[in-house]
Design a protein around this ligand. Structure first.
Ligand code: HEC
Ligand code: HEC
Ligand code: HEC
Ligand code: HEC
Ligand code: HEC
Ligand code: HEC
Length: 346
């Protein structure tokens, strides 16, 4: 110990004179390749989503979507407090963060954009928690038309429930008609569920249940487009063309091919006698025009009071129009709504 520690105090009294350089050593062996970072949480994995080249394609897709430019001008409606939660990026953010929009409304109304649907990641442990795409909300949605019913999109196609983002806005604002004391109902202004009832059609509720019809209504939430697919699976799947999938929100054939052998059409939806849903809807339209609740252009005539069944049939006609999937969201439910409506007004 003493000998060893004494060496520590040896000091050089003058600079050493260097000798000639020795010969180079032998090259070492190559090291192992590093991992590409795609399977762990690393810088590379973040860059797969957070690079300009990846984002450019998303901006291009978004730009052609109706979320960026609604042809109906509906994104201008969000200045009003009654419409802001679904028709204004800022209104949607306020509603998600605080449960309410600004009661005074908004000076400007902007289309839903990146910052509306996305904010920050809940976890960076993607391997265990999954990647939440930094979505602002994954929460199940309690319906505006029924505070006792909550839609949750979570299933094997959508493990975290990313489609719940969509349900917030794509839900009806008005419930199906109920009778007055005389058994009649009114066709008021803005009759119908409102233009975005897709989540309840997918679920199989929100239509007018006409009793005594020949076709039974399937149970709510039972159809496989709800239980095994989701808004995001069908509308944001891997693109098959430049104009579908991802952030265009146009349905892609690739999504259908997970379950169907080719992309089905609404003309594939038929009743037990082989009549297509499309044909049944034409029949219903003609019957309602004859009754006087729908005009020659196919628009509901507002302002009248009618027997409940007539109003219910008109409701279901409007519901299918406003869903705009031509029954594809829930073929059996759509068939039941239309067939029972036809019988009710025949
Ligand atoms: C599967 C895609 C994906 C991966 C992988 C990913 N992110 Fe994100 N992240 C997003 C999306 C989508 C957003 C919100 C929209 C945007 O900013 O592009 C976001 C937002 C963020 C934000 C907030 C941005 C802001 O402006 O405040 C941070 C911080 C972030 N990510 C960090 C990371 C880090 C760190 C990693 C890697 C550990 C990572 N992300 C991996 C998709 C991803
Ligand atoms: C902030 C409310 C809001 C959210 C959230 C939202 N949407 Fe929309 N979406 C709208 C509105 C409003 C329109 C109609 C814009 C217009 O045409 O004026 C629309 C349009 C669409 C369209 C195009 C319909 C057409 O006219 O061609 C599709 C498809 C769609 N949304 C699907 C989705 C999906 C899938 C999600 C979830 C990932 C989603 N939306 C989330 C409000 C929303
Ligand atoms: C709960 C969400 C929600 C609320 C609240 C809401 N809307 Fe909508 N609205 C939608 C969705 C979703 C669409 C698009 C549906 C689609 O493309 O199929 C839409 C579409 C529209 C359209 C375009 C459809 C057309 O063809 O005319 C107009 C106009 C519109 N809404 C007006 C309003 C007005 C005005 C208010 C307020 C009085 C309002 N909305 C409140 C969700 C909502
Ligand atoms: C209407 C809601 C909505 C809007 C608006 C939106 N996103 Fe997304 N985004 C989603 C959803 C939902 C997912 C998850 C898709 C999935 O689960 O496959 C997603 C996924 C992503 C991802 C990861 C998956 C991928 O395709 O790489 C990125 C990155 C992203 N968004 C960026 C953006 C950017 C940038 C914008 C603005 C141009 C934007 N998003 C606008 C809903 C939205
Ligand atoms: C099984 C696949 C599937 C699922 C799940 C699904 N959709 Fe659709 N959706 C379709 C198809 C197919 C159409 C008709 C597309 C067309 O006509 O171009 C459609 C039509 C629509 C439209 C009208 C689009 C237009 O161009 O007029 C909107 C809006 C929409 N869906 C939103 C949603 C929302 C929100 C959800 C979840 C609540 C959802 N969809 C779930 C397949 C699906
Ligand atoms: C998770 C599986 C699944 C996905 C994904 C899916 N479907 Fe279906 N679909 C079904 C099942 C199950 C039925 C009812 C049984 C049947 O007829 O095959 C059905 C029925 C239908 C029907 C009624 C007519 C028929 O062929 O029976 C149409 C139309 C339809 N789907 C369209 C689509 C479209 C369009 C897509 C893609 C955008 C799609 N589906 C994606 C499972 C799926």
């Amino acid at each position: 110990m003493i000998l060893a520690s004494s060496l520590m105090f040896i000091q050089c009294t003058s600079d050493p004179i260097p000798g000639t350089a020795g010969i180079d050593g032998i090259d070492g062996t190559n090291g192992l390749d590093g991992s590409d970072g795609l399977d762990g949480v690393g810088v590379q994995e973040c860059v797969t989503c957070h690079s300009d080249s990846h984002r450019d394609a998303i901006y291009d897709a978004y730009a052609i979507s109706n979320h960026a430019v609604g042809p109906d001008g509906s994104w201008a409606k969000g200045t009003s407090a009654g419409c802001a939660q679904c028709h204004n990026n800022e209104g949607f953010i306020d509603f998600q963060e605080t449960g309410a929009v600004n009661p005074a409304g908004y000076a400007v109304s902007n289309p839903i954009t990146c910052t509306g649907c996305h904010n920050t990641h809940r976890s960076f442990d993607f391997a265990n928690d999954g990647n939440d795409y930094a979505l602002r909300t994954l929460e199940p949605v309690t319906l505006i038309i029924d505070g006792t019913y909550t839609i949750d999109s979570k299933n094997a196609s959508d493990l975290l429930g990313t489609s719940n983002t969509c349900v917030n806005c794509h839900q009806p604002r008005t419930a199906a008609p109920t009778p007055d004391v005389d058994g009649n109902a009114k066709i008021g202004s803005h009759f119908g569920p409102h233009h975005g009832p897709q989540s309840t059609m997918l679920e199989g509720l929100g239509g007018a249940v006409i009793l005594g019809g020949s076709t039974s209504y399937p149970g709510a939430g039972t159809f496989s487009h709800k239980t095994e697919a989701s808004c995001v699976a069908c509308h944001m799947g891997a693109p098959a063309t430049a104009e579908d999938g991802g952030h265009t929100w146009n349905t892609t054939e690739n999504a259908c091919l997970n379950c169907h052998t080719s992309e089905p059409e609404s003309s594939d939806i038929k009743n037990a006698s082989g009549v297509t849903l499309d044909e049944l809807r034409v029949t219903l339209l003609a019957l309602l025009q004859a009754k006087g609740t729908v005009d020659v252009d196919g628009n509901v005539i507002e302002g009248g009071t009618w027997p409940l069944k007539v109003v219910q049939a008109t409701w279901n006609y409007a519901y299918l129009n406003e869903d705009r999937s031509n029954g594809i969201h829930n073929p059996e439910y759509a068939l039941a709504l239309v067939q029972n409506a036809i019988e009710a007004v025949q």
